[in-house]
Write a protein of this length. Sequence first.
Length: 887
Amino acid sequence: MSTNNQKLFLSMPIPPKYDALAVENKWYDYWMTNKYFHSIPDNREPYTIVIPPPNVTGILHMGHMLNNTIQDVLVRRARLKGKNACWVPGTDHASIATEAKVVARLKEQGINKNDLSRAEFMKYAWDWTDEFGGVILQQLKKLGCSCDWDRTKFTLNDDMSESVIKVFIDLFNKGLIYRGFRMVNWDPQAQTTLSDEEVIFEERLGNLYYLNYKIQDSDEVITIATTRPETILGDAAICINPNDERHTHLKGKKAIVPLCGRIIPIIEDDYVDIEFGTGCLKVTPAHDQNDKVLGDKHQLEVIEIFNLDATLNSFGMHYEGQDRFVVRKKIAKELETKGYLIKTEEYLHKVGTSERTKEVIEPRLSDQWFLKMETLAKPAIKAVLEDQSINLFPKKFENTYRHWMENIRDWNISRQLFWGQQIPAYYYGDGKDDFVVSNSIEGALELAKNKSGNLGLLISDLTQDKDVLDTWFSSWLWPMSVFDGIRNPENEDIKYYYPTNDLVTGPDILFFWVARMIVAGYELKDQKPFTNVYFTGLVRDKQRRKMSKSLGNSPDALKLIEDFGADGVRVGLLLSSAAGNDLMFDEALCQQGKAFGNKIWNAFRLIDGWKVAEIPQPEYAATATDWYQAKFQKTLVEIEDHFSKYRLSDALMTTYKLIWDDFCSWLLEMVKPAYEAPIDKKTYDSVVSILESNLKILHPFMPFLTEEIWQTLEKRTPKQALIISSWPEIKSYDHSILEGFEFTSEVVSGIRSIRKEKNIAFKNPIDLLVLNNESQVKNFDSVISKLGNITSLTYTTTSVDNALSFRVKSNEYFIPANDAIDVEAEILKLEDELKYTEGFLKSVRKKLSNERFVSGAPEQVVASEKKKDADAVAKIETLKASLINLK
RNA sequence: GGGCGCAUAGCUCAGUUGGUUCAGAGCACCUGGUUUACACCCAGGGGGUCGGGGGUUCGAAUCCCUCUGCGCCCACCA
């Protein structure tokens, strides 16, 4: 901004209301232009946060707003504390979610994904990404996020993908990645497998069907209970418990599967719960995890009856091509008609669903890639639970972390999708082990020649694995890969910024992401990825419901920013959101944030409007500014303490009260000159300096408003911008002045109460007489006079007749009444106070007369009780004297 | 089924090793207030037997037991 513009701007009247919209874009541009967010390694201490990358095609929702506000507060504070703050932004390719969206869009255009080649599909997906990708990052700018945008990463960028492939190959060569034929979680809609973590178990009301199976060469039947009658076509056995006497006679016999008539053995295994159902279990190894285990143990046939989309295949006979749930109803009907179904009970059970598509998961046997987790988990467990080199906030999540890590299972990392990093495995034959892993097909060819001994192999003989890697297999490298620490482990950035400092995320991805990053950090770099993890809660609505699109209870984030300003929204979100606690969002909170901004704005207008004159500083002003300096220091210590414990809501609330109550309501009222009267320079300078300190500690929470006031107060060069100024240092302060003020504020409140009680308007000055028993410093008398609109404050040694009175500790204050006062009412008031104080004294003495209390309690506590005793005695004397006087 | 956590004012929550400052904060509510920064404001005020019951202690919101009501995570019972 040029000097002329600055003058022009300053000459314009400052608007009475803070106009967030007009101000925010201006300062964001200013910060960007001056590259304050950009970080390069230097000799300062680094402070690093990597953003939890949102889905590239996502839009900003309340969870993002909360999460990123917290990160920005931490980053801005670190920057003010002189650290080299670096907040790396970026987006995630979110394979399943994004691919599902692209597939849906193609479908609208009449295109079937299965008709496309990988390359063709990828073209569509990239188009989609280019169209919608990164919108969310633009939205974060509106919120004020001070990310280093020059470092923006996307998990599918070439360099990121190279890192992922390199890690896959390394882990494969270490023997940690293997290919296995296993029962996996199949999502029939997305037509891919999912990791165990991506399966959400939901309680559903289903039926338990009791079916009769005929026993071969017999008139007998055996009854089994199942929730999935359609899977009988894949039955391989009936299993009974060897200890179950009801079925002893069936041992070694064979049963006949209804409808298809297949003969299956009756096997015995104590896995079967005698108590459940009929004590007989039908075994379907192809479609149930447990049945697979039983099948392996008893060498049962594996009969797969589903297609990839969960319709029945040829084993489904006349149901072939129909959906599993449709068939369930139809087959139940048929079984009933034919007399196999003997009864149906309602049954509440848990059903696994896909986190992304909500589709019911179908357990399915297939070849997949897995990462062995058990040994990898060890250092990650130690780091969090033993060494405390990584701290979780709140701490309660350590239990959850421990449980998962100690019971960790191998991670299925392959997905039957296009949108992701294709697995770098190449097959050269039909054998189970006829593959090699390499980052290029040329490299693969060499390896394949060696492995197979067939030197005549050609590139055209190789086929790359069709699967891609789980998205989290790229996200788990994020804190390293954003600094290119995988490909170039010795580069300057990774050495400087890693390990990062704080990670801010939701507890829902503790396993998906946080735990795995810790694992990756130790395995690949032998270093933790971050030191502190701050878990935010879920943003809910006033009725505690989750915010969701389907409920329509999620406010439009950008609309909120328009209505309340980014600062207002930030404050609103942070006001009541302790780490790990859900936040009950209410627009009223943002309104409170906006009102706070306006309050500060008006305090600024007041100060800015003062005419400064070379006049002596009044005593009250000197006392007031001294007091505030001490108060500020004391509060700063509290704020630091809150930050050190990641109690950001408390840090904000402490700042809020300091500025609203202490600064605006007390300090400014104390120093404020009479209307249109000038202020002395000394006081003015002090107040401006105080305001500047306030702006500094408020800046992380309300960056726009504070920068606007900072820059309007005075013409600043880019090097003097608030965003890069310095956080106030903790200095020692005068405690006694704070005690003096506490006492004073009680006196002022006493005066105000009397004024209100007796309807004496503030503009009417009054007199005040003090019967002094306290050894309080009298420095504050001028303050009392100012805030109480006292004409004369005088000390007296006796009670004052015909006056209104109140007491603070054992001091008595009298306000002479112009009209006769209601003596009866005064007497009643005094008697009430006396009665209360005597009762209080009695309870204190009871305590003090208790031998065991005096000997058992700490000295400090006993002393304080004795002090209470003495204070109460003094006050009782005062009260009695006044009563005698009145009577 | 296993584990963890929570219950304090109308609402959202603080309350550290039991004892100065223990019953608090913000919002909401009630009363009064418009020339003099701000009605997005100022001043004053009411409000809780700390979920129920029992115990330990001189002393419990705080420690122990138990009951009730919630929440979360994990788990292959058809």
